[in-house]
Design a protein around this ligand. Sequence first.
Ligand SMILES: [Zn+2]
Length: 320
Amino acid sequence: MKKNWLPGIASLLMIGLVAVSFTGKRNAHAGVAKIKTIIIDAGHGFKGSMSSPDGAHGPNSQEDVISYEVAKKVVAELKRLMPEVQVLETRPTPFFIGLRERANFANENKGNLFVSIHCNSAAKLREVRREGSRTETYYVKGKGKKKIKKTRTVPVYKTYYHPNPANGTETYVFAAHKQDDKEDILMENGDVFQNEKDDSTAFNTNINDPIVKQQVALWTKQFFASSVKLASIVEEEFTALGRFSRGVKQRQKGIWVLQATAMPSILIELGFITNPDEEAFLLSENGQQDMAGSITRSIKRYKDLVEKPVVQNVAETKRK
Ligand SMILES: [Zn+2]
């Protein structure tokens, strides 16, 4: 799996680097800005009745419940580990919140990072098995209206459904060709970038300015590179935990919230709740705590990485 995404990620990171070198003095805003606000997004939610669940379900579990429990633990860990950072939840209760509302919440609160937490599922495997045979009676035409009764032996088939063995974690970043959507959101939320007071240069706030438009396009690429960077760290931490990693992936459709948030954003699939072992792990208090711990460590590592003063020095050099 890793072989498939590594070259892609290498080229994406290169795009990011090109963006950094072009943006020069502006890069303090995009890739290396201080992370002040982290948005934690628990996927799906309870829609008011057990007959209308939102999200996947396993034999003993609901995706929205596990996502919610793990998200709560991530929030608690983040607050403990980095009290200087504002940690906000798109879904602070078990109840469902719409995707647009989540994205708006993240953008309005000027999040610097968006982390969505979900669980995977896979359809049961269908097996058709031959189980013995039976005798079938049939008739053939005889003379005149006479019918002749005959018998033959036919196989008997039975259909069985088995739990799908698909397993492992995966972390998604928004698709590259969807960057246009993301750029639109960046334009609408131009003021997201004005919260950096440590930059002495005043930011041109006219978002119709072609130079600003160009800037936004470059930031979009940087957000993508940053998202890939964070996603890679998350999968690395899951592997360190002993989990099987399916790698960092791009999803073309269905994660509107990631395309709509004007910040680096990832979507974590904690594992397959249709796999009995993973379901048991994700339902357990220890399993949830382990996953939350890995996610929190990843965010901390990412934060330390992007806030490293050396990057600021590069920006300083470029400015001269
Ligand atoms: Zn989901």
